[in-house]
Design a protein around this ligand. Structure first.
Ligand code: NAP
Length: 498
């Protein structure tokens, strides 16, 4: 119990001791997210002080050099000095080259216990370029590090999991050659955000929403994740992937599945996954109706009063690139509950605001008894689930304005998550779940394959039916996306503002 709350997962003490191996430990993800989150878990008492963390990269570096590099990224403040001193002792560095089996053998020597010695738990985190995942998994397997001999061995795979259905299956085969499904943790850190986790509690622990949660009462659903950032240092990957692979295959379709799934009988990882997969299977292939799909690419413009370059001028992007940085996909779920309810998913880079939000638009009242008095039609009720920057749930409804005249106004009831003393962010949570073997927040292979099947037909259509360069609407950086999308985006961005 936390302050009278009923808890399902509430790991109190530290996780079991473990050897954590971060492959790609010198990269952006490791520096910005993984090591800061590991330090937070350590401070909160979740990371066992008997654990050890090995950072791996291709260059030569001493343990101390790597610790100093990590310290710069984590930047502990003065009050954390003593905790940092103890944490840094857990860290070491190992040079690893996928073409050099000897470097893996040397890593294995420290991770496989000698006979008679206590068993070792191992967690491998692939913070590598996606093109290296298969080789890394195979090398780990060849070194015998996937075998569970007394202790457990787990592997964490970052997004993107493949480039399409074929490559996702190939990566899966490489992983399954050395690990079984329970050992593989395909991560989507979006799922660890408070508001996202709250969707299932909100839907299934309250009796009042579920009876309305269907085509009879819900008119449409919008799911948006917009960014102000450009492609940054990820051009090499992004220019071959684009926004649909980068954002829709994982984050947006995961959010869609949480909104659309049926209740599982129990709150258990496999049962929740079963229900999500049923949603993915019910996604209707996009029709020839072009209104279901819009794509664009950012041109130059202004963000926060500063000029920014067009996508095609970014370092590492091809000058003639036709990679979309904006997409809208209107999905249709062909089942009893959702038939006819559009789920509009939008994501884009270099847009006016960074916002992640889900909007449930309810149907209008069937008959307005105020229609003779009020010129305006009565606005719909909306349920808005804000994920970023605010973490809150808002319900809009009509209310009478105080006074002698009958005037209606839209009011908003808000529930905001306190940004209180729980400092463990989404990456910290997924890392903790990996350490505890809790699989609820991770992908299962059948779900991954279903999402790729859905997106492959969209991408194939886009690649084949429209000549390169003519399919994209170029939009100004800092704007509301392509011209035809502006009105919709403005509407979604201002929803719930009172
Ligand atoms: N950055 C993010 O915010 C973010 C968010 C979500 C997902 N991801 C995913 O996380 C993974 C890592 O992203 P990142 O942004 O950290 O990339 P990054 O900054 O390019 O770092 C990649 C790391 O991999 C190592 N590396 C590069 N090429 C390698 C090769 N051929 N063989 C072995 N090691 C190699 C590099 O280390 P050395 O050069 O020292 O070997 C470096 O430490 C990617 O799959 C990305 O899609 C990243």
């Amino acid at each position: 119990m936390i302050n009278g709350a009923q808890c399902i997962f509430n790991p109190s003490g530290p996780a079991e001791p473990c050897r954590i191996v971060v492959l790609g430990a010198t990269g952006d993800l490791a520096g910005r997210k993984l090591f800061p989150s590991l330090f937070t878990l350590f401070k909160a008492g979740h990371l066992n002080p008997e654990s050890r963390i090995t950072g791996c990269g291709r260059g030569e570096m001493s343990d101390d050099e790597f610790r100093r590099m990590t310290e710069e990224k984590v930047s502990p403040d003065d009050s954390e000095g003593e905790q940092w001193r103890r944490f840094r002792q857990l860290i070491s560095y190992h040079r690893l080259d996928f073409n050099d089996d000897a470097s893996f053998a040397a890593l294995a020597a420290g991770l496989i216990p000698e006979e008679g010695k206590p068993a070792v738990n191992r967690l491998f985190y692939l913070a590598l370029p996606p093109s290296s995942y298969e080789r890394a998994a195979t090398a780990i397997g060849r070194a015998g590090l996937g075998r569970e001999d007394g202790g457990w061995s787990r592997i964490v795979v970052e997004k993107p999991f493949g480039h399409d259905l074929t490559s996702a299956r190939s990566l899966n085969a490489a992983l399954h050659a050395c690990f079984n499904e329970e050992q593989i943790f395909s991560i989507d850190h979006y799922l660890a955000k408070e508001t996202v986790q709250n969707i299932l509690v909100f839907r299934f622990a309250n009796a009042i929403f579920e009876p309305l949660w269907n085509r009879q009462y819900i008119d449409s659903v919008a799911i948006m994740a917009t960014e102000t950032l450009g492609v940054g240092h990820r051009a090499a990957y992004y220019d071959t992937a684009g926004v649909i692979r980068d954002m829709f295959q994982n984050h947006l379709l995961q959010l869609l599945s949480l909104i659309a799934m049926d209740p599982p009988a129990r709150f258990e990882a496999d049962q929740v996954q079963d229900e999500k997969v049923k949603v993915f299977r019910a996604l209707k292939h996009i029709s020839s109706n072009h209104d279901d799909l819009a794509i664009g690419q950012y041109g130059n413009g202004e963000i926060d009063d500063g000029k920014v370059a067009a996508y095609r001028e970014e370092p590492g992007v091809a000058a003639e690139s036709t990679t979309p940085t904006y997409a809208r996909i209107t999905a249709h779920i062909d089942n009893w509950r959702w038939r006819g309810v559009p789920f509009t998913m939008i994501s884009g880079k270099r847009l006016e605001k960074k916002i992640t939000r889900i909007i449930i638009n309810f149907r209008r009242v069937p008959h307005s008894l105020f229609k003779d008095i009020l010129a305006d039609t009565i606005q719909r009720n909306k349920l808005i689930i804000n994920i970023y920057p605010d973490e809150e749930i808002c319900l809009s409804f009509q209310s009478k304005v105080q006074g002698t005249h009958l005037c209606l106004n839209q009011e908003v009831m808000r529930f905001a998550f306190a940004t209180g003393d729980d400092q463990i962010d989404a990456y910290g949570r997924v890392l903790l779940d990996c350490l505890n073997g809790e699989r609820l927040l991770f992908w299962r292979q059948d779900g991954l394959e279903e999402t790729w099947k859905y997106l492959d037909q969209i991408l194939a259509r886009d690649n084949t039916s429209r000549p390169p360069g003519q399919t994209l609407a170029i939009y100004a950086a800092g704007s509301l996306g392509p011209n035809r999308e502006e009105k919709l985006l403005r509407h979604l961005l201002t929803a719930g503002k009172q």
